[in-house]
Design a protein around this ligand. Structure first.
Ligand code: NDP
Length: 318
């Protein structure tokens, strides 16, 4: 039976009506249903509540259990994160998502960490357990699933050129290595941040060649046909330059930019000029969210991702 499509109009109004909550709301929390939350600073632009509540509304049509599930957003300053996590646990929130700047801070504050997230050093998804929070990181899964869906590319066996050495780059690099990429070349503006990332990756690289370089000093022997992944924030502002001169690289097979707002970045414009397939990070956001919901609910990510994608597109203006 074909399922009714999620109404774009309903989604738009849900997004507009979603309140930004604070620690004070948490202190007096008395909601009886199953609650989920995303914490960030700032949080008001997050489209995660729209994605999750849309998916939960669809799940509730077939399974009454989900009728009382809701996902809320909380503005939490990093200084308040420990207290917020304590309160959320006491109030028995089933799950929490963490976004900038909480992913790394929370890593040291959870009771246990999923072994796959250990080398990433950051958690974006927390699951309530009796002992405390269990931390997971679904960003790497989101990246791999998005590259497959949007570009038809697997990280496994690929030569990857990764741009950036911050938190997102670290997650992407670990995912590339865990999935058995053929080689990993990492470019970053600031050498010491690059060196710090290379040091983290060295013990988990196995036999995979991993090296770093400056975006302004390209090695001569970079492989052609590689997957270029932008994990820098260059492109978030319209005045930003592309994080690398794509025309100076051997022709890439595809270009993935983790940025999704704006939807077309200077790097993606440059890929289009070279007729190289390109995709932005919206699908990554969707798939990391669907994986988080799987961790909390047991519903396979593949089942909720299409509804989350519809909500994400609506939130971005269709
Ligand atoms: P961080 O602040 O941890 O890292 C930022 C990185 O960007 C660093 O490598 C930094 O280089 C580089 N950088 C910043 N400005 C410039 C510039 N003007 N030119 C070149 N390099 C620059 O951020 P995150 O790693 O958390 O996030 C990076 C990007 O990934 C963001 O745009 C974020 O929105 C996106 N993201 C998307 C997700 C999705 O689901 N689609 C999930 C997670 C992140 P340096 O070391 O030199 O400072």
């Amino acid at each position: 039976m074909e399922r009714a499509a999620v109404s774009i109009e309903n989604l738009k109004s849900n997004i507009e009506n979603q309140e930004v909550l604070t620690l004070a709301d948490l202190a007096s929390w008395s909601r009886p249903g199953t609650s989920l939350a995303v914490l960030g600073h700032p949080i008001k632009h997050s489209i995660s509540p729209a994605m999750h509540n849309a998916a939960l509304a669809v799940l509730a049509r077939d399974d009454a259990r989900f009728a009382a599930w809701r996902y809320f957003r909380f503005e939490v300053h990093p200084d308040d994160l420990p207290r917020a996590l304590e309160l959320l646990h006491e109030r028995k929130f089933r799950g929490v998502n963490l976004t900038v700047p909480h992913k790394i801070i929370a890593f040291d504050r959870v009771a246990e960490v999923d072994p796959a997230a250990q080398p990433v050093g950051a958690v974006n998804t927390l699951l309530w357990t009796e002992r405390g929070w269990r931390g997971h990181n679904t960003d790497g899964y989101g990246l791999a699933a998005a590259m497959k869906e949007t570009l038809g590319r697997d990280l496994s066996g690929a030569h990857v050129i990764l741009l950036g050495a911050g938190g997102a780059a670290r997650g992407a690099a670990v995912e590339c290595l865990q999935r058995g990429c053929a080689s990993l070349s990492i470019a970053n503006r600031t050498r010491e941040n690059l060196d710090a990332l290379l040091a983290v990756l060295a013990p988990i690289a196995g036999g995979v060649p991993v090296r770093g370089f400056s975006p302004s000093g390209l090695p001569q022997d970079l492989p052609a046909g590689s997957l270029v992944i932008n994990a820098t924030s260059a492109g978030l502002k319209s005045s930003d330059p592309a994080p690398i001169d794509l025309t100076a690289l051997p022709r890439p097979a595809a270009v993935f930019d983790m940025i999704y707002n704006p939807p077309v970045t200077p790097l993606l414009r440059s890929a289009a000029k070279l007729s190289a397939p390109g995709a932005n990070g919206l699908a990554m956001l969707v798939h990391q969210g669907a994986k988080a919901l799987e961790i909390w609910s047991g519903v396979p990510a593949g089942r909720t991702a299409p509804d989350m994608a519809a909500a994400a597109r609506a939130a971005m203006g269709g």
